[in-house]
Ligand binder design. Structure first.
Ligand code: CP
Length: 384
């Protein structure tokens, strides 16, 4: 295989910085922290920096919403967000995240308002912060934000937080939930992935993933999912190894707390779960990898372009084919955050095969988003 070897050294972790001093370290939330058995964060911007205890509070709450015997979903009576408004602001495309947040909010009794970005005043040049502060001024309780720029959710959270000033008759700041910002984080995806692995390996009682090994395969350098997965899975005790060509999985990715490998066939038989990432062609030329504030550069963009041109070689070395999946351990699962490039990073027979947990992931996404909305909005207090 000839592609994807970086010629620059050292390779640094690609651009993931958001706003200096905000967001990533503390999960980026106003009101950070957790009380015993409780949750005090009012926003969820990332998973990096969240404690295992905080993650477990969310996961246990989601478990109550999965429809099992202890489900609190069943009766109409359970609608903790009745009378609340959740706004969805998707400046970047989505199917799963957008709809599952809407389903989650409505199952909790909230009303959902969706900003149709394509026909909004964004087209007249309105900034994301002006858009967000105006939506907040309408009195919504939560804002779910997706944007192509890393750090967008942090910026929105700061903006609505800064403008909330009861003394000046401005309403309280709404909850902000990051639904995916550039290459930075996708926290609810990280949570639903952790949930899916816990379910597959009978860890739902504790959400302790110690002893489990998880491979994240493919376009890690472009992936906000990988960052949130690594943060959540390692905090919960799992070992994570990122696998792919050096241009997509540079050695510095290890600074996130995972191992790095370049031989999928050597790694696959030893893992309990594999998360296959979509090759994100659309991010390979977005310039984020070169942003100096992200410490990026290192040729990521150019290498990625070559990678895009080498899809066939990628598939040969790193695509999850039926033959490769057959060499996995009994009980090991195959995951993908979607959308899948079938026949590239994962074959259709694997995506739809017996090891696939892909639709389990999607289903868990609703319960996770219910937990996040309920707990973050609840942490704002009854008067907010
Ligand atoms: N996993 C995920 O974020 O999918 P969507 O882009 O469809 O929301």
């Amino acid at each position: 295989m000839t592609m994807a070897r970086s010629r620059r050294s050292p390779v640094t972790v690609p651009a993931v910085s958001t706003v200096p001093g905000a967001g990533a370290r503390d999960g980026g939330a106003r009101g950070a922290g957790v009380r015993p058995g409780g949750w005090t964060r009012t926003s969820l911007l990332g998973l990096e920096g969240l404690s295992a205890e905080e993650l477990r509070v969310l996961l246990h709450r989601a478990r109550a919403y999965t429809g099992g015997p202890d489900s609190v979903l069943e009766p109409e009576a359970s609608a903790p967000l009745r009378g609340r408004f959740v706004a969805t602001l998707f400046f970047e495309d989505s199917t799963r995240t957008r709809l599952s947040f809407a389903v989650a909010a409505q199952r909790l009794g909230a009303q959902v308002i969706d900003l149709a970005v394509a026909s909004s005043s964004v087209n007249k040049g309105e900034t994301i912060t002006d858009t967000a502060t105006n939506v907040n001024a309408m009195g919504v309780d939560a804002m779910v934000v997706r944007h192509r720029a890393s750090g967008a959710a942090v910026i929105v959270d700061r903006a609505v937080g800064a403008l909330a000033d009861p003394a000046r008759r401005r309403g309280p700041a709404c909850t902000v939930v990051n639904a995916g910002d550039g290459r930075h984080e996708h926290p609810t995806q990280g949570l639903l992935d952790a949930y899916t692995i816990a379910e597959a390996h009978q860890r739902l009682e504790t959400f302790d993933l110690s002893g489990l090994r998880v491979a994240i395969v493919g376009d890690v350098i472009s992936s906000r999912v990988a960052r949130s997965d690594i943060a959540a899975l390692t905090a919960l005790g799992a070992e994570v190894v990122c696998v792919g060509p050096p241009a997509l999985v540079p050695p510095a990715i290890a600074s996130l707390g995972c191992a790095v490998a370049h031989d999928l066939d050597a790694v696959l038989p030893g893992v309990d779960a594999v998360q296959v990432l979509r090759i994100q062609f659309e991010r390979h030329d977005d310039g984020e990898a070169r942003r100096p504030e992200g410490g990026g550069g290192a040729g990521g963009t150019g290498e990625a372009r070559r990678t895009a041109a080498s899809a066939r070689e990628f598939r040969e070395c790193f695509g999850l084919s039926e033959a490769r999946a057959a060499r996995m351990r009994p009980g090991a699962i195959v995951m993908h955050p979607g959308p899948i490039n079938r026949g590239l990073e994962m074959d259709a027979a694997v995506a739809d095969g017996p090891r696939s947990a892909v639709l389990r992931q999607v289903g868990h996404g609703v319960a996770i988003r219910m937990a996040v909305l309920e707990l973050c909005i609840g942490a704002r207090g009854p008067g907010a």
